[in-house]
Design a protein around this ligand. Structure first.
Ligand code: HEC
Length: 371
């Protein structure tokens, strides 16, 4: 037997609600209701199953969290560990607090965005989709119940009329696959989405950009106050930053007189002695600092095989082994920590002189364990 498409039109949402209840009481299943605005409680009255999008959202959130964990681990721990603000940088767990904002943001981002896409696709709302609405009046001031019905529909039609339908239309469905309820993704829509996303993510030409980009928030970007190192017409010498008062040093600072030259290096190597004694406590502190500041290049054993070396981001890092560096002393280590050497940068701004001595103690300890 062929199927029929039955449309019952109403001109009032309260009457429609009562109609929905009456039809369902008689045991008829409603296929769809079209309304110009959301009607509270209609989903319940129609007997629609509650949405499971919350489960999808949870899964997307978990995915976002896992993705962020992997991303931060790969970028900051595995591929290119960096020493930022003296945070321990060798294990993901120790850094997790610093990564929390990223993890939080990606969790929310994935949950929200993927859920929106799921919602749109589930509801067949995507570019190029033809309106599934069989009667444009339902976008204006009419409400419509739709049934796909098989068999004798006279009872249903009379129930609809009794419950206040202003119009009941019955149509034969010839080709059952041709009605508007079928889900088809137009190819153009897919192509369009991909084209748009690639357009927004990269520029298609190799030409240098002729026009500068637009400042997003000029009132935040251009500070009203003078910036620390900018020119300041009211400042001393026309500068915002001031030179420290004569004959003053910052708290805890110990001047280092040996110059950053080859002769200076030799002098430190030959005659510079640590002002602090080596104790368990200073060694422990030295190890702790070494594991933050030096390990990514020099490796945990001092064999010159840190993560950055293994990943070939940084080359030429020597092992501390006596066979490789036969002559180094606590003085020369301190000197190198202070000024850096060739590819190795200075650590004087990150470690106080006391701390540099303690790290040097740990380097000597590692060295004694290497061949
Ligand atoms: C970014 C990578 C990197 C970091 C971080 C780093 N080093 Fe180095 N270090 C090097 C390289 C490269 C050399 C080899 C320099 C040369 O001789 O050309 C080197 C050399 C040395 C030497 C031998 C210098 C000599 O006398 O020949 C010592 C000692 C040393 N580093 C100690 C340290 C200590 C202690 C730390 C932590 C405070 C540290 N390094 C952090 C890359 C690094």
């Amino acid at each position: 037997m062929s199927k029929k498409l039955i449309h019952g039109l109403f001109d009032d949402d309260d009457i429609l609600m009562d109609g929905v209840k009456a039809v369902r009481q008689k045991g008829y299943e409603i296929d769809e209701v079209y309304t110009p605005f959301p009607i509270h409680g209609l989903d319940k009255a129609m007997g629609l199953k509650p949405t499971r999008i919350a489960y999808a959202s949870f899964a997307y959130g978990v995915f976002g969290l896992l993705f962020a964990s992997w991303l931060t681990w790969y970028m900051m721990i595995s591929d290119w560990p960096q020493n930022i603000g003296g945070k321990p940088n060798q294990t993901w767990l120790q850094n997790m607090l610093a990564f929390t904002p990223i993890m939080f943001e990606l969790t929310v981002f994935m949950a929200a965005h993927l859920m929106v896409w799921t919602y749109f696709f589930k509801n067949k709302l995507y570019p190029g989709q033809k309106a599934g609405n069989p009667d444009p009046r339902t976008t204006d001031d009419m409400f419509m119940m739709e049934f796909i019905f098989e068999g004798d529909s006279t009872e249903l039609e009379s129930i609809l009329k009794e419950s206040g339908a202003v119009e009941v239309n019955v149509k034969e469905i010839k080709d059952t696959t041709g009605n508007q309820l079928w889900f088809k993704i137009p190819k153009t829509a897919v192509v369009l989405i991909f084209a748009l996303s690639s357009l927004t993510s990269c520029s298609s030409s190799d030409e240098p950009q002729r026009e500068p980009n637009t400042v997003y928030m000029p009132d935040m970007y251009y500070s009203v106050a003078y910036e620390p190192y900018s020119a300041d017409p009211n400042g001393v010498d026309g500068m915002e930053a001031r030179i420290p008062a004569d004959n003053t040093i910052k708290r805890g600072y110990v001047p280092y007189e040996i110059p950053d030259t080859n002769e200076g290096y030799q002098e430190a190597l030959d005659s510079l002695k640590s002002p602090i004694a080596t104790t368990d406590e200073t060694l422990k502190k030295g190890e702790y600092l070494y594991n933050i500041y030096c390990i990514s290049c020099h490796g945990i054993n001092g064999d010159g095989q840190g993560k950055l070396v293994q990943n070939e981001k940084y080359l030429g890092v020597p092992s501390y082994a006596p066979s490789r560096l036969p002559n180094i002393t606590e003085g020369s280590i301190f000197h190198v920590e202070t000024y850096g050497k060739n590819m190795m940068g200075s650590h004087a701004s990150q470690l106080t002189s006391q701390e540099r001595w303690k790290v040097a103690q740990h380097v000597l300890k590692l060295r004694s364990q290497l061949k």
